[in-house]
Design a protein around this ligand. Structure first.
Ligand code: GLN
Length: 192
């Protein structure tokens, strides 16, 4: 099972380590060709504007849309969730998203970097109790379309959602050492 991790900027190494711990051999994707035959792609957290610029430079916008159309599942965490969203609120004027998932995401919704926090989350589809959510200058999901399942909320705001082969989490599961969210992506979303 070939799963790619977009490795342009942000926390891609931690996602690679988390996937390796599950016995998956992830591929660090730096060029669109490296996604060939990928059944899943993780877009990591980091800075959505920086990742977006690099994606533009390397031709990822068309390539990801095409591969997703051909069946590749996509999971966006934090900045990655911004990048897969249909609509980005508080975006920079030139900021562009992939527009894959029917969600509206608000950038930096909790405020500045100092407003980063951790919280226990009750996530649908994950057994074994709460999941520690690490929120780093995080967005939240302001609204979702009809085909989107809300998986978790924090303080009333949506922080995890799924639409068929698309998964969005606004926190950083790769920083906690808890394998359940990665397993959910691999087994329930990619392996659906
Ligand atoms: N604030 C970042 C952005 O707008 C996202 C932060 C993150 O990915 N941890 O892209």
């Amino acid at each position: 099972m070939k799963i790619g991790v977009l490795a342009l900027q942000g926390a891609f190494r931690e996602h690679i380590v988390s996937l390796e711990a599950l016995g998956v051999s992830p591929v660090a994707v730096r060029l669109p060709e490296q996604m060939t035959d990928c059944v899943g792609l993780v877009i990591p957290g980091g800075e959505s504007t920086a990742i977006g610029k690099l994606m533009e430079t390397y031709g990822f916008y068309d390539a990801v849309a095409q591969q997703h159309g051909a069946g590749m599942a996509v999971w966006g965490t934090c900045a990655g969730a911004i990048l897969i969203a249909h609509e980005v609120l508080d975006a920079l004027p030139e900021q562009r998203s992939l527009d894959l998932m029917d969600i509206s995401v608000r950038r930096n919704a909790y405020g500045r970097q100092v407003e980063s926090f951790e919280a226990d989350l009750d996530i649908d589809g994950l057994d074994g109790g709460d999941f520690r959510g690490v929120f780093i200058r995080a967005p939240w999901i302001e609204s979702v379309g009809e085909g989107v399942e809300v998986l978790a909320r924090h303080d009333g705001h949506i922080v995890a959602a799924r639409q068929d082969d698309l998964l969005a989490t606004t926190f950083h599961p790769e920083l906690t050492g808890d394998p359940r969210m990665h397993r959910y992506f691999v087994e329930a979303v990619v392996g659906r």
